[in-house]
Write a protein that binds this ligand. Structure first.
Ligand SMILES: N[C@@H](CCC(=O)N[C@@H](CS)C(=O)NCC(=O)O)C(=O)O
Length: 291
């Protein structure tokens, strides 16, 4: 009997260690920020459990969730009783906490390039992506809630949310569609970062140097988003061949499917493809892309 218990002891300890360390991610299938964290988790080969928040049905406005994430956005990470918000901060936390399978470059120059990309994403590209996604697709999905629920949905969005003015911006896109102020500028900004990638990939195999880093993880959901919206014409057809090649390499990584594809419900994937496809001619015209 004692021998049996001695044999079981390591299993018991491992079990406790496992649950004590368990990572819980509040996330959504189409969210670019959540996909970034899922890809980071997958690259670091970390186990996690998910709590799905449907941000197109307004589940992010549940007062219990807002206690965790006051901006009412996904993702949120829960680990060892601590709550961590903001996707870039979550990834940095994972890197600092779990030393195995390091992603952060030790070379300071390469690390500075990683910071350039994560900063660009957080400050500029993500707000542009939120705008473009709502304009091309999500406004149509949200409109299906019916006028009363749409009103409540828009009113529930905190002022400080995806961006510092997301409450008004989201309202304006849902109400005015393509006439919402700022669409052209946001699309050009998105395109600017694609061109920036194309230039950087001339010197290096990956965005920060010769190795795959957080810079590549940070950009992956934003390129994938355009593809989900049937807008890969922004880099294909010879427009940005290095971005095209980079994305092919990204798709071959084992982390791509579980992080970027598997969590996206089929009906949402179809809506994004179809609504995006309908918007593409107008967007292509703004960018002077011939189709
Ligand atoms: N800075 C945050 C931004 C998170 C964010 O904007 N999340 C979006 C999805 S990608 C969201 O939850 N939107 C909810 C809404 O639009 O109401 C991060 O990096 O995590």
């Amino acid at each position: 009997m004692i021998e049996e218990l001695v044999k079981l002891k390591p299993v018991y300890y491992e079990f406790n260690l496992y649950w004590g360390k368990m990572l819980k991610l509040y996330h959504h299938g189409s969210s670019v920020c959540a996909a970034k964290v899922r890809m980071y988790l997958s690259e670091k080969k970390l186990d996690w459990k998910g709590h799905y928040i449907d941000i197109l049905a307004g589940e992010q406005f549940d007062p219990e969730y807002i206690k965790l994430n006051p901006k009412a956005v996904v993702p949120t990470l829960e680990h060892n009783g601590e709550i961590i918000c903001d996707s870039t901060i979550i990834c940095e936390y994972l890197e600092d906490t779990f030393k195995e399978f390091p992603i952060r470059p030790t070379n300071p120059v390469e690390h500075s390039r990683v910071l350039y990309w994560t900063k660009a994403v957080d400050e500029a590209l993500h707000p542009a992506c939120g705008f473009i996604t709502y304009l091309a697709c999500h406004r149509h999905i949200v409109s299906r809630l019916g006028s009363d629920k749409v009103k409540a949905f828009l009113e529930s969005t905190p002022t400080m949310s995806v961006t510092a003015d997301w409450h008004e911006t989201k309202k304006s896109i849902v109400r005015k569609g393509m006439k919402a102020k700022g669409a052209h500028a946001k699309l050009r900004l998105y395109d600017h970062y694609l061109k920036n990638m194309e230039d950087n990939l001339e010197k290096n195999n990956w965005l920060a140097g010769d190795s795959f880093t957080f810079a590549d993880i940070a950009m992956t959901p934003y390129i994938n988003r355009l593809e989900m919206l049937s807008m890969s014409g922004m880099w294909t057809g010879g427009r940005m061949p290095r971005v095209e090649n980079w994305f092919k390499k990204i798709k071959k990584r084992p982390s791509f499917k579980p992080a970027l594809v598997d969590w996206l419900p089929d009906d949402l994937a179809e809506d994004m493809r179809n609504f995006g496809f309908e918007s593409w001619p107008e967007f292509a015209k703004l960018l002077e892309i011939e189709i």
